[in-house]
Ligand binder design. Structure first.
Ligand code: ZN
Length: 139
């Protein structure tokens, strides 16, 4: 399995706290400053309290795989042939089972992801930035 080396898109600072959290080994998700409800993907306007602010809070780095897919061919510009295949999972943290956070799937023993598999965050550093990645928790 490969690791995609393209940098995260920083079209705005919206996701900066998420990536800053990864560098600290934390899974930080956006929440409403008024009611505390977590939201993912972070909305520009909160549907629960439109006047409230978006705040970022760490949640459990352990969760379960909701679904996954393996990318066999990169559609990114440039030559990324050495980076495929890689597998992307959507993970529901223990603290936010209603949200699905994307990340790479990595395993040291070559195991394949499965739905409902227990995983933990293991961010991967690529140059100056960190990507969300999850590894299986041994049963
Ligand atoms: Zn709210």
């Amino acid at each position: 399995m490969g690791i995609p080396v393209f940098p995260p898109r920083f079209d705005s600072d919206l996701l900066k706290p998420f990536y800053d959290g990864l560098a600290q080994g934390e899974l930080r998700l956006s929440a409403c400053s008024e009611c505390g409800k977590f939201h993912w993907y972070p909305p520009e306007v909160l549907p629960c309290h439109p006047e409230a602010e978006l705040v970022w809070k760490p949640v459990s780095t352990e969760g379960v795989v909701y679904t996954f897919t393996t990318i066999e061919r990169s559609l990114l510009p440039g030559d990324h042939r050495d980076e495929v295949p890689f597998t992307v999972v959507l993970v529901a943290s223990k603290d936010t089972p209603h949200l699905r956070v994307p990340g790479l799937f990595i395993s040291d023993d070559g195991s394949e992801p499965q739905c409902d598999m227990s995983v933990r965050l293991r961010p991967v550093q690529i140059g100056d930035y960190w990507l969300p990645a999850f590894e299986p928790i041994a049963a």
